[in-house]
Design a protein around this ligand. Structure first.
Ligand code: MRU
Length: 343
């Protein structure tokens, strides 16, 4: 399986997702500032993966901080990492978890605090893989045998500590013996589908076909697609789902054509403090992602651009939300809090 991120004695090593699939290069972060930069520049991306990266970033920060100013530095470390990207709630969830642990360690020796922070970050990493495998087990039965699964963006091993959320469901379905193949939307403008999902599925020999985003409707109408499975960056308490921009259009087209649209996401992606997806902050990314393709201009100079990185799919389009604790169905206001509270 692809190693997305790893804590090593020489620093946190990550595969550089800005360079895939042309080059398999690795970036090593030794400071929390380097980690904040890696998250912001999308060396590492995908909601659960940036949660793990942020936790490891906090641990790196604590390792390097001066014991005499640790409390103040800790606040700065957490605030810096939290300011990297606004939409995926897993980032804030992971930082909060590190903060809560830190609060219990007050008065302990610096060695104890450092060790506890590193151990917690590694635990978040290991738990994420286990969560994805559990999600896969819950989601695999929903995938129709002998059909094509359509996915958008990359919600795979690369977007998590390993195995993936949406691609974890697909992997689990394949492992259970189902004969399926995958259609990957290219996912303009950052091309996570073309660059990352196709590369990742090819590593596992799972049959994958690349389509441009505007072909999704054509294939959803054709009868070939058995279901859509995507990941999520934040899910409001009512089941509205923020995911990579373009997801909403796919969901509407799926419903129009009677194809179930599933979302696979860990409980840490739920934001039960929000009653509607309208409250989810949507990241606006640089205009050059739209006006250029790999540095080559594709629009006239000074073109006005909008580049929201995510959109929100209203809950009525969502056939089910696959989590590590089971599958939630509408009404999500009831099923999501119940799943979150489940032991
Ligand atoms: O901008 P990105 O690449 O971080 O966006 C990623 C997505 O939208 C994924 O679909 C989502 O984070 C789920 S990843 C398991």
């Amino acid at each position: 399986m692809v190693e997305t991120i790893q804590w090593t004695d020489g620093g946190v090593v990550m595969i550089d997702q800005t360079k895939l699939p042309r080059v398999e290069a690795f970036v090593t972060c030794n400071t929390y500032l380097e980690m904040a930069d890696a998250i912001q520049t999308m060396v590492i991306r995908g909601a659960p993966a940036i949660g793990v990266a942020a936790a490891m970033g906090v641990a790196l920060g604590v390792l390097k901080a001066s014991p005499s100013t640790l409390d103040a530095e800790f606040e700065t470390i957490c605030a810096t990492l939290a300011a990297t990207r606004p939409t995926a709630v897993n980032l804030f969830w992971a930082i909060d978890r590190m903060k809560k642990l830190y609060a219990t360690l007050r008065g302990q020796s610096i060695e104890t605090i450092r060790e506890a922070m590193v151990t917690e970050a590694q635990l978040i990493y290991r738990e994420d893989i286990a969560i994805n495998m559990a999600m896969g087990a819950h989601g695999a039965p929903l995938v129709p045998d002998g059909k094509t699964v359509l996915t958008h963006c990359n919600a795979g091993a690369l977007a998590t500590a390993g195995f993936g959320t949406a691609l974890g469901v697909i992997r689990a379905a394949v492992n259970s013996g189902k004969k399926i193949d995958v259609f990957a939307d290219e996912t303009r403008p950052f091309l996570q589908g073309a660059r990352l999902t196709v590369w990742e599925l090819q590593q596992d020999n799972i049959p994958v076909t690349l389509i441009t985003d505007n072909m999704a409707g054509h294939f959803l109408k054709s009868g070939r697609i058995g279901c859509v499975v995507v990941g999520a960056d934040r899910i409001a308490g009512n089941g509205d789902v923020a995911n990579k921009v373009g997801t909403y259009g796919v969901a509407v087209l799926a419903k129009e054509n009677g194809v179930p649209f599933y979302v696979a996401a860990p409980i840490s992606t739920l934001d039960l403090t929000l009653t509607s997806g309208d409250q989810i902050p949507i990241e606006e990314r640089p205009s050059t992602e739209v006006t250029e393709v790999f540095g080559v201009p594709v629009a006239p100079e000074h073109t006005a651009v909008q580049n929201p990185a995510f959109d929100v799919t209203p809950n009525r389009y969502v056939a089910g939300i696959i989590t590590e604790k089971g599958v939630a169905y509408a009404p999500y206001e009831i099923s999501l809090p119940a799943l979150a509270a489940k032991e």
